[in-house]
Design a protein around this ligand. Structure first.
Ligand code: PLP
Length: 355
């Protein structure tokens, strides 16, 4: 069954920002998609209304126990003016995997796609066209029962808000300094590490602040049990190229299954690069660096696509990777993914989806 979405246009359209001076996530478009859930009734009242604040009781469960799901994806305009999404079904399926884990009722996949496409279509004039820019989409669900006991809520709200975002790299892709976090962990198997839910990010702030203080861009997370297997870098998946082979941690419950991660693996394989998903010991990474065979290291995620790691610190050891420059393979992955997203590179995988 498809949604019957009502549309109420704003009477006060905002001025669009200068596409050459966009930051990330601080400007919002004229409209938002909203849909409600009530137990017994299901998801109902899909609507597009002017973007703005709304009323909610302070007792709403999301404020107290964090029952929340979110996603992150982007819409792009091709040189011909066509609006497109990148592998949206991957995000939609992941949204329902998150929902399942934290007891939020799932949303029909086709309905969610329809909702996302509808809001992008209404606000398509907000998609910036300057090189490297896009419209960032944030679908999310919050628990809204006014209740202070711990149980799944019986009412929810699903939103999709949109934010025009700038080129992540203004002066070319700069490799970042990363340090290996030994005190705090991001997630453990059996927890919610594989789900995109707010609590994971609240739990990561302290380590992030510690990293900033030490002059690092982000932390490299280790597993919560042995404290030695690499998991992620900040809020990105992580890849190492060692002696010609690309290695990324296998998904075993504590790692977020990134769409960019999956696309990177597919691309590398199609180019004949050996890619292995397995546990990778931080000692192995440092041994490779010292032996001169750690050729590239990078994070992957929707926001930056590829973020090269230029320097890695662990305890009192500090290694520089690829002369603190972006590696050839990292650059090729970046160019290909962003090219497909913006319709400038042949979409041989069928990853772009027209709105
Ligand atoms: C969203 C996210 C990623 C990247 O996922 P993409 O689908 O590639 O954007 C990686 N790790 C964490 C913890 C994330 O929240």
């Amino acid at each position: 069954m498809s949604l019957n979405i009502s549309i109420q246009k704003t009477t006060h359209p905002k001025q669009k920002p200068d596409a050459n001076n966009l930051g990330f996530g601080n400007i919002f478009t004229d409209h938002m998609f909203v849909m409600d859930y009530t137990e017994g009734k299901g998801w109902h009242d899909p609507r597009i209304i002017p973007y703005g604040s709304f009323e909610i009781e302070p007792s709403a469960m999301v404020f107290h126990y964090g029952q929340e799901m979110f996603e992150g994806m982007k819409a792009y305009k091709t040189p011909e003016g066509q609006v497109q999404l990148f592998r949206p079904m991957k995000n939609i399926r992941r949204a329902n995997i998150t929902n399942e884990r934290i007891c939020i009722p799932e949303i029909d996949e086709n309905d969610m796609l329809q909702a996302i496409k509808a809001i992008v279509d209404v606000d398509k004039d907000w998609i910036p066209e300057a090189e490297g820019t896009s419209l960032y989409l944030r679908p999310f669900i919050i628990a809204t029962d006014p209740f202070l006991g711990v149980r799944p809520s019986s009412t929810y709200k699903f939103f999709v808000i949109c934010s025009p975002v700038g080129a992540y790299y203004k002066e070319g892709i700069n490799p970042v300094r990363i340090y290996v976090e030994e005190e705090y962990v991001r997630a453990v198997r059996g927890g919610v590490g594989y789900a995109k839910t707010g609590g994971n990010y609240a739990a990561s702030l302290k380590a992030q602040m510690k990293a900033k203080k030490g002059g690092f861009a982000q932390v490299l997370w280790l597993d919560g049990i042995h404290r030695k297997y690499v998991e992620e870098v900040g809020t990105m998946n992580v890849f190492f190229k060692i002696n010609g082979e690309v290695i990324t941690p296998s998904l075993e419950g504590s790692i977020l299954p990134g769409v960019t991660r999956d696309s990177t693996i597919e691309l590398l394989k199609s180019w004949g690069v050996k890619v292995t998903e397995r546990k990778i010991d931080i000692q192995e990474v440092f041994d490779a660096a010292k032996a001169g065979i750690l050729e590239e290291a990078f994070g992957t995620g929707t926001a930056a696509v590829i973020s090269p790691i230029g320097e890695l610190k662990w305890k009192d050891e500090d290694v520089v990777i690829n002369n603190n420059e972006i590696g050839q393979l990292s650059q090729r992955v970046y160019d290909t993914i962003t090219g497909i997203q913006t319709g400038k590179v042949d979409d041989t995988f069928g990853w772009a989806e027209e709105v």
